[in-house]
Design a protein around this ligand. Structure first.
Ligand SMILES: [Zn+2]
Ligand SMILES: [Zn+2]
Ligand SMILES: [Zn+2]
Length: 279
């Protein structure tokens, strides 16, 4: 599988939309190299993880044929992960000669509610026909095109069942773990029981190396290490597994070189916008 990190910031982006902190001011001085957009990743040019407002920017920036995406896995309904309004442009006179006739969208019931709310005013019947929403819950398994997908419950928001995804194809396994804090034991038990041996794990590292995380719904690099240790204990990692960190907050001064050095120190790789990874 070919994984492309399209956006690697937390909800506010980096530099953050309305922020004048020292980090954001410094990032604006070299914005071409330092900016991080909201979280999104693409697998093989066919599957998307999350759909932030920057989806359009990402498609233009990396020359992506968005109409070729057949499956979209949405982690949860927060605005940095799901901007439903953009989907109104997938068809009618707004999009011609599309590659894939249908886009399958997978998400929890709250994501479905946001989909309905966000598209209520502008969704044309012809566009609606090309969008299939599938409501999924944690601990489910389904096939999306060429991919086998398992859903896991995130520790993120008590108002909805935020999801994490395990994606498999051609004997390779990708574990997508944001947004979430430390996961409970039953999640690792579930993966072990399913025989998962992950080749790449992408961790929520919102708080970077801040030793006092301000909430339990995201992680810092030390908690990433803790989670990795648990995965080793449960035997759900391949021997050559690689570990990536993403979803960085502006509070953690997520300058590219700083994040790379921090991650490397603990055996991780810090993702950046536009990064290509072979799973
Ligand atoms: Zn987020
Ligand atoms: Zn800031
Ligand atoms: Zn979130």
């Amino acid at each position: 599988m070919k994984l492309k990190y399209l956006g690697t910031a937390a909800a506010e982006g980096f530099p953050a939309a309305f922020c004048n902190c020292e980090h954001c001011k410094k990032a604006r001085e070299n914005v071409g190299a330092e900016f991080r957009t909201r979280c999104q990743a693409m697998v093989d040019g066919k599957l998307l993880i999350d759909f932030p407002a920057e989806t359009y920017l990402h498609a233009v920036r990396y020359g992506t044929d968005l109409s070729a995406i057949e499956n979209l896995l949405v982690t949860h309904s927060h605005t940095d992960h799901f901007y439903a309004q953009e989907l109104c442009n997938r068809g009618y006179r707004f999009a011609l000669n599309m590659t894939a006739p249908v886009l399958n969208i997978y998400g929890n019931s709250e994501v479905h509610a946001v989909f309905e709310e966000g598209t209520r005013r502008e969704l044309r019947p012809a566009v609606a026909e090309s969008l299939r929403f599938h409501t999924v819950r944690a601990f489910e398994e389904f096939t999306a095109g060429d991919y086998r997908v398992l859903t896991l419950p995130a520790h993120h928001d008590e108002r909805e069942e935020a999801l994490l995804y395990c994606i498999q194809k051609g004997g390779k396994t990708l574990l997508w773990l944001n947004d979430t804090g430390i996961l409970p034991e039953n999640v690792f038990g579930f993966l072990a029981q399913k025989g998962i041996k992950a080749d790449l794990v992408s961790f929520d590292c919102t708080f970077a190396d801040d030793e006092k995380p301000s909430s339990a719904r995201h992680m810092n690099i030390y908690q990433n290490c803790e989670m990795r240790d648990k995965m080793v204990k449960y035997g759900i990692l391949n021997t050559n597994a690689k570990y990536y960190a993403t979803h960085f907050s502006h509070n953690g001064a997520p300058f590219r070189e700083r994040m790379e050095q921090m991650a490397q120190k603990y055996g991780f790789i810090a993702a950046h916008d536009g990064m290509d990874v072979e799973v």
